[in-house]
Design a protein around this ligand. Structure first.
Ligand code: HEM
Length: 135
């Protein structure tokens, strides 16, 4: 399976949950979980969709296990972070360590993405050099 095929449907699923949550917050006029809603939408929709676009634009990377691993890491981290932040902001201290674990997982997910981008740039440069005729 391609990494982008993980990112796009998961991003849509997460934003649908985030939107329903936003509507629930608006109807109940209780915005206390707003930071969790914001994190779910920005990490789960915006960032994940952007990863998907990047992978889709780089087909060789899209098919790698590392890219799939990065997408799964990001999704798991986003869900855990959202639960933790939601619990903290609704007065449940137990959410604190959960948010901490989630934040470290998304940090790992972003470091993985940074490594993927860097590796991709290095291989692109090597390919460019091999295509340039020798002087
Ligand atoms: C049906 C769709 C949505 C509804 C009904 C909704 C509803 C809300 C509500 C009621 C708040 C709390 C506002 C406040 O207390 O000041 C909020 C905050 C927020 N929402 Fe949504 N939301 C929706 C979709 C989204 C999406 C798609 C994103 C991101 C792409 C998003 C990002 C945010 C952010 C960043 C905040 C925090 C804003 C701040 O710091 O004042 N929301 N939303």
């Amino acid at each position: 399976m391609k990494a982008s095929s993980i990112c796009f449907p998961a991003a849509v699923l997460l934003v649908l949950i985030g939107m329903v949550w936003g509507i629930q917050m608006a109807i109940s006029q209780d915005h206390s979980a707003m930071p969790a809603h914001a994190h779910l939408n920005l990490l789960g929709w915006v960032s994940l969709f952007l990863f998907g676009i990047f992978y889709h634009l780089h087909p060789a990377i899209d098919r790698t296990g590392l890219a799939r691993g990065q997408a799964y890491t990001w999704i798991v981290g986003t869900v855990i972070l959202t639960i933790g932040v939601g619990l903290v902001h609704t007065g449940h201290e137990v959410g604190d360590p959960i948010a901490a674990v989630g934040s470290l997982i998304v940090l790992i997910g972003m470091l993985m993405f940074g490594w993927i981008v860097l590796k991709g740039r290095i291989s692109e440069r090597a390919a460019d050099r091999s295509l340039t005729p020798a002087e």
